[in-house]
Design a protein around this ligand. Structure first.
Ligand code: SAH
Ligand code: SF4
Length: 354
């Protein structure tokens, strides 16, 4: 058991991070736990690295939540299958393709198709959606449809899927098991290895503030993601959902999540790191705060309002309607107000050798 006494003092930890030291809990943990002025200095250091390595551009990814059915029972999530009073929807393939085309027509370069693990959205249904989107738009396509077989991931890659997001959530075996009654950490890790082998641009991440999670366990997560070779890192605070078994737990704090965003930028200087929706759910300026702490991606939600309301992973998700070009303009304005600009390209991952 590593104890507090092994942590480097904050100053030394930050210097090691900025000097690209090999990731180690002795310096990751004190950065992840930084408070007050230290936390501010950590974010500024990450902002500097972001500027140097990925510049001023913010990549916009249009998020479409294609199904709220889920056969899994993750303890933290409002879409868990035991949440039987949750109204559910599943978009038809033509609806998904129409939304993707709309995203392209108002200037997005990437669409992210996300959903619960819905057996009705099977391999061939998603393959058809991919082939239609690829045939009629120039969009990069990111999938986030949970754990699937190697063959399914391979088929979707064949149809042109560019990227995949699958958060590991936590690499701590006991914590993973406690929040995933029907999950298997090894299997989830295997899925990420499969995606990597298939050449997907690989996104993963963790929840911050799960019950019992510690800075040391998050430090181990960072090291694991680094060893995996993750290229996109999506992290956000765990927000207790009143309709789940974790309703009465404290949840993650915005500052804790921002520390992790900053640490990830220091450890993965070239990665794409979103300021996730969950940051915005805790603070109306959460998106901007994430972008100033090392993030360089935003994922505006294009799911139509009625469906968005029942895609209730956690409470407080902003439901501003942004399906129109005017709303995209409003997002652009917010980005420009903090001295950044919207990228015009697809924003594929940077695969530079270090
Ligand atoms: N079913 C897929 C994708 C949809 S869920 C999957 O699980 O990978 C997308 C993400 O929402 C999950 O990775 C999880 O980290 C996040 N999420 C779920 N419930 C949450 C909560 N209560 N607070 C914050 N994030 C949550
Ligand atoms: Fe389903 Fe994903 Fe929610 Fe787990 S986190 S219940 S897999 S939608």
């Amino acid at each position: 058991m590593r104890g507090l006494e092994e942590w480097l003092p904050f100053e030394d930890a930050l210097a090691t991070a900025v000097g690209r030291g090999s990731p180690d809990p002795t310096w990751l943990a004190p950065l992840l736990s930084a408070e007050g002025d230290d936390a501010q200095r950590l974010r500024e250091a990450a902002d500097g690295v972001r500027r140097r390595f990925v510049g001023y551009e913010v990549h916009l990814r249009a998020l479409v939540e294609i199904t709220s059915y889920c056969c899994r029972n993750c303890m933290y999530c409002g879409l868990r299958r035991d949440h039987t009073s949750q109204p559910r929807y599943r978009m038809s393939p033509s609806e998904v393709v129409a939304l993707a085309r709309q995203a392209a027509s108002i200037g997005y370069r990437t669409v992210v198709l996300q959903g619960g693990e819905d057996p009705c959205l099977d391999r061939e249904t998603v393959a058809r959606i991919l082939s239609d989107i690829k045939a009629s738009t120039d969009l990069a396509v990111t999938l986030s449809l949970g754990e699937r077989s190697y063959d399914t991931y391979a088929r979707w890659r064949e149809e042109g899927a560019d990227r995949y997001l699958l958060r590991i959530e936590t690499t701590d075996p006991a914590l993973f098991a406690s929040v995933h009654p029907d999950g298997n950490l090894r299997r989830r890790m295997q899925c990420l290895e499969d995606l990597k082998r298939l050449g997907y641009q690989l996104g993963t991440g963790v929840l911050v503030g799960l019950p019992g999670q510690t800075a040391l366990s998050t430090a181990d997560d960072v090291i694991w993601m680094r060893d995996l070779g993750a290229e996109m890192l999506g992290v956000g605070p765990f927000i207790p959902n009143p309709d789940t078994p974790l309703a009465d737990t404290p949840g993650g704090a915005l500052d804790q999540a921002l520390n992790l965003v900053a640490v990830l930028r220091l450890v993965f200087p070239n990665a794409h790191i979103p300021a996730t929706t969950a940051l915005g759910a805790l603070d109306p300026m959460g998106g901007e705060k994430g972008l100033k702490a090392g993030a360089n991606v935003l994922m505006p939600n294009l799911t139509p309002r009625t469906q968005r309301e029942s895609y209730a992973l956690y409470p407080g998700k902003p439901i501003v309607d942004i399906t129109s070009a005017t709303c995209r303009d409003a997002i652009v304005a917010r980005i420009e107000a903090i001295g950044r600009r919207v990228a015009a390209d697809h924003g594929h991952v940077h695969r530079l050798t270090e």
